[in-house]
Every structure is written in structure tokens, then in C-alpha cells.
Design a protein around this ligand. Structure first.
Ligand code: NAP
Length: 258
């Protein structure tokens, strides 16, 4: 993959998959703006990226994706620091578990707000800058959960991850006249702080159900995002890339042992 000096904004860039995305872009010479709600996590993330890539150009701006004014502000901060925005990775998301019988209206609204409205607000705020970039790119972090698979407790979450793809297909057509592409990475189970909260038993059983026999790393997703942002992917828009170690392939448990 070629080195590039693109300006990249990553929502939810302070941890997990977002940090993996940021790490990969920083290693390839991009200028990276991390967005999250927690200053201490922003500082930690910058230190972690610089440990891997000492020359990394990386900054943090505090913002909540559910607030359009925050997204407008962080987009302007990225432009002040880096001169523009070429790539937006809308990655911030939450996945609290609640089965339908106990799921409250607040549970539902919170997940929809962060995962769907947050994506929309980040895109809306960055759109003016992506339009004037030579090659604007939007990369969504969707999931296999929702568009392809289900998991008890995640009906609201799956709704948002499938909804992101519906949004993408119309956005791709609206963005095309501006030379902007939009694509989605669909991760399987990726070992992040968020997933670690599900407990060791969940992680072990998940790894056993994946043909490649391991959970993914945040950088596995970062590499896919880097591809969508690359010059080589310039003619790809409105598409998805599953990065899951083959997780969705087995027809049954027997398929893994036969
Ligand atoms: P994570 O480790 O919990 O990290 C989430 C990141 O999003 C943090 O940086 C967090 O920072 C930020 N964030 C959360 N709410 C926010 C808000 N309202 N405004 C701004 N930032 C916010 O999660 P992850 O596992 O990396 O997941 C990241 C994305 O990947 C999500 O969209 C998730 O649905 C998707 N995904 C994950 C997996 C997986 O296996 N982990 C699989 C498929 C898809 P603050 O809390 O400090 O704001």
C-alpha cells in the first residue's frame, strides 16, 4: 500500500477498532484526528500510536457523535490542524446487551442515537471538507451482526449495523458527483476493550466458532479501512468487506470439525 499524507478523522478513535484504524493510517504517513468523549483516553491513544510510529502526526479532539455541534467543532479542529479532511472513518459505536423482553425505550434510543445518528452527524459535519478533497473517502464500521447474523441481546445493535448499510447505498449515489466514495467494513469478533467486557467465556467460545480460530485484531479492520481509503479503491463505492476470519461460513458446528 502506498504511503499517503491524507488527513483522516476517526470517530471512536481512542480505543479498540478505532485505535487500530488510527494506528494503521498513522503508520502509512496519514495525519490522524482521533475523536472520543474522554480526554485521558485520547492522551493514552496518542501515546500508544507514537510508541509504534514515533513520527506519527496524531491529535485528539473531544466530541460526542450524538451532538452535531460537537461534530462540527471537531471537523473544524481537524481542518485547522491538518488543512482539510480527506478520509472520515465513522467508527464510534456501542453494543450494550438487552434481550427484547427487558429492552427499554431508553436502551433502544441510546443505541440508535450513537450508532446511527452519530454516523450521520459525523458525515454531515465532514461533508463540506470531503467535497473539496481530491479524493474524499468515507469508511463505515458496520458489523456482521445485523446485516448477516444475529445474537440474543443485540436486536437494537443489529438494527443499527444493518441500517448503516442502507444509509450507505443512497449516500454513495449522492456523494459520487463530488468524487467521494463510501464503503463499509463488516467486522466479525474483534478483540477490543468493548468486547473484553463480554467475559473470557464468551471470547473463548467465539474463537472456537471461527474457522481461523482466533478473534480479529483492531488492525485487521484498520487494514481494510486503509484499502477503502486508498487510490487503488477509487472505483469502489457503496460496497462492503467482511473481515471475520470466516466466522459466517460454517453451516453448523460439524462444519468446523468435519
Ligand atoms: P470500544 O472498544 O468500546 O471503543 C469504542 C470507541 O467509541 C471509544 O473510543 C469510545 O470512546 C467511542 N465512543 C463511544 N460512544 C461515543 C460517542 N457517543 N461519541 C464519541 N465517541 C464515542 O468499541 P469497539 O469494539 O472498538 O467497537 C468500535 C466499532 O466497531 C463500533 O461501531 C462497533 O459496533 C463496531 N464493531 C465491533 C466489533 C467487535 O468485535 N469489537 C465487531 C463488529 C463491529 P469514549 O467512550 O471515550 O467516547
Amino acid at each position: 500500500m502506498q504511503r499517503h499524507n491524507k488527513s483522516v478523522l476517526v470517530t471512536g478513535g481512542t480505543k479498540g477498532i478505532g485505535l487500530g484504524i488510527a494506528n494503521v493510517f498513522a503508520r502509512h504517513g496519514a495525519k490522524v484526528m482521533l475523536i472520543g468523549r474522554t480526554l485521558a483516553d485520547g492522551d493514552k491513544a496518542i501515546a500508544a500510536i507514537k510508541q509504534q510510529t514515533p513520527e506519527a502526526m496524531v491529535e485528539f479532539a473531544m466530541g460526542d457523535v450524538t451532538q452535531l455541534t460537537d461534530m462540527d467543532r471537531v471537523a473544524q479542529t481537524a481542518v485547522q490542524h491538518f488543512g482539510g479532511i480527506d478520509v472520515l472513518c465513522t467508527n464510534a459505536g456501542i453494543f450494550p446487551s438487552a434481550k427484547l423482553e427487558v429492552m427499554t425505550e431508553t436502551d433502544w434510543n441510546t443505541v440508535i442515537d450513537v450508532n446511527l445518528k452519530g454516523m450521520f452527524f459525523a458525515i454531515k459535519a465532514c461533508m463540506p471538507y470531503l467535497k473539496v478533497s481530491d479524493a474524499g473517502r468515507v469508511v463505515l464500521t458496520s458489523s456482521i451482526t445485523g446485516p448477516i447474523t444475529g445474537f440474543p441481546g443485540w436486536a437494537h445493535y443489529g438494527t443499527t449495523k444493518a441500517g448503516m448499510l442502507g444509509f450507505m447505498r443512497t449516500a454513495a449515489i449522492e456523494f459520487a458527483p463530488h468524487g467521494i466514495t463510501i464503503n463499509a467494513v463488516m467486522p466479525g469478533n474483534i478483540l477490543t476493550e468493548g468486547l473484553q467486557n463480554m467475559g473470557q467465556q464468551y471470547l473463548d467460545r467465539m474463537a472456537a466458532s471461527i474457522p481461523l480460530r482466533r478473534l480479529g485484531s483492531p488492525e485487521d479492520i484498520g487494514n481494510a479501512a486503509l484499502f477503502f481509503a486508498s487510490e487503488q479503491a477509487g472505483y469502489i463505492t457503496g460496497q462492503t468487506l467482511i473481515v471475520d476470519g470466516g466466522q459466517i461460513l460454517p453451516e453448523s458446528l460439524d462444519a468446523l470439525t468435519a
